[in-house]
Design a protein around this ligand. Sequence first.
Ligand code: PDD
Length: 285
Amino acid sequence: MSRIAYVNGRYLPRAHACVDIEDRGFQFADGVYEVCQVQDGLLVDEARHLARLQRSLSELKIRMPMPENALRIVLRETIARNRVRNGIVYLQVTRGSARRDFPFPDAAVAPTLVVTARSANPEAVEQLAEQGIAVVTVPDIRWGRVDIKSVGLLPNVLAKQAARDRGAREAWLVDGAGEITEGASSNAWIVAQDGTLITRKVDHHILRGVTRTTLLDAVSALGLTLTERGFTVEEAHAAREAFVTSASQTVMPVVKIDGQPVGTGSPGPLTRALRRDFHRFAQST
Ligand code: PDD
């Protein structure tokens, strides 16, 4: 847990950190967020996370709460005050606090900014990656603009809980055409029997994961074959390997889909290699 949180200009102990009850993030999920990995005290792919933040905000017409350089300082200060060497830094920006009413409030209302940071146990994550995780498929019931990293995550929460209830760590979301869009909090990838990597193309129906983008750089530099297209649940069941990507887990092998083993039932060699090499292609600052 974050012991110190940054809230609208102040660093506060967790127990005293709060936002107004009429904050639009609380009332309407009218806000966006980012999660950035911290590795050995450095932020991983910060520039890409901040670029996506800018885009999410601009799509929703929410002002940036402070200049980007100032935000970079707040992220580092929050990491330092929580003594995080390995873990994540979380930031959330909402449209601010105003009397509850659906249309945007007066332009003078300042956006809310909250930043927290917490440690992870790298050995535990590594152990999980050694074993690989199970996923289950569930219908994708989200709205039509999930490319915006909005805090409106109720369908993701329900999908993740459905996964936990079925003994899995992640849910893969299936659209009306029977294709997997992405995970509840990760992007989804498979390796087909011919060795081709497959992950869904980006549009309004998936989040452009920063880890996904960096892994695409790795895939291209390593000369691997890649197709960006949707894949069906049947293709996933028949895949040689599967994995998910996200800031907190980088490349995480998937060894079971809906109770059926993927390939040999152990993390595949290509997945392991991509996990091992990932940080060579990421930018740590
Ligand atoms: N989740 N797709 C969804 C729906 C996500 O929520 C996430 C990230 C990703 C992967 O994006 P990135 O590689 O930029 O982390 C894809 C974060 C980690 C979260 O909600 O905690």
